[in-house]
Design a protein around this ligand. Sequence first.
Ligand SMILES: O=C(O)CCC(=O)C(=O)O
Length: 284
Amino acid sequence: MTAHPRTMPERSNRAARFFDDGYMFPLNAMSRAQANAYRTQLETLEQRIAGSRVGNKGQLNNSHVIFRFANEIVRRPQILDIVEEFLGPDILVWGSTFFLKEPHTESYVSWHQDLRYWGLDDENGQVSAWIALSPVTLANGCMRFLPGSHKGEMLDHRDTFDDTNFLTRGQEVDAEIDEDAVVHVELEPGQMSLHHGKLLHASAPNRSDERRIGFVVNYIAPHVRQTVAQEDFAMLVRGEDRYAHFNHVPSPAGDLTDDAVGWHNHILATQNEAIYEGAETAAR
Ligand SMILES: O=C(O)CCC(=O)C(=O)O
């Protein structure tokens, strides 16, 4: 992996622990009241986009580009102060996704490593913050992590294109998972977990009466490069970008403005080039 950051951050104890385990939780991203307020905004906007192409299989991609409240979340100083410990003072958002699991549904996420399909070149120049906007429990399909699994090689994955799998290609890792070692990431609304891009993770279906709402934000440092797609996009949320490896995406001026939806479509199409690279089925 090539990594040429201009300045590497001094690793805090917390960052050292993160790079050793490959994850960290629970961390406070916001108050429970703030999480509930964001949830109300999300659910109001979901009604507005029902039936449109903005959502897909229980996911909303790159909401921070089209919804003001999601843009506010990815910029929250409480979150960025923590991310800065891992990535340094200059921070971009490469992507974000709402993973919405409805009560008593089959949607799940197979064991995978995020960076296998993103085309990004520095595994330590990226961290994902998974923020709970509902209670997140074993019963409603919390995230599951395999500690230390980010330390080995990038593993082979096979595509299943299973419709109940949230992942774009239904990709699953070709490896035995030691279930006894698995950590269950239960969170209160307003808490978050962080995970490394090579950490093996998954989540099971929601067997409860309660909706499970997670908003994952993929933060990167500006020295990272896209190596598969022709070009790529990111939003500067702290500090400066001295590298210009990514086209800068503006914050939305309102919810679902024509301009923001145009950016959103263009980003999805371009990022899909990397995500579906080598797949036998075209992007849906
Ligand atoms: O929310 C989930 O269940 C899975 C999320 C995930 O795979 C990710 O954030 O990388």
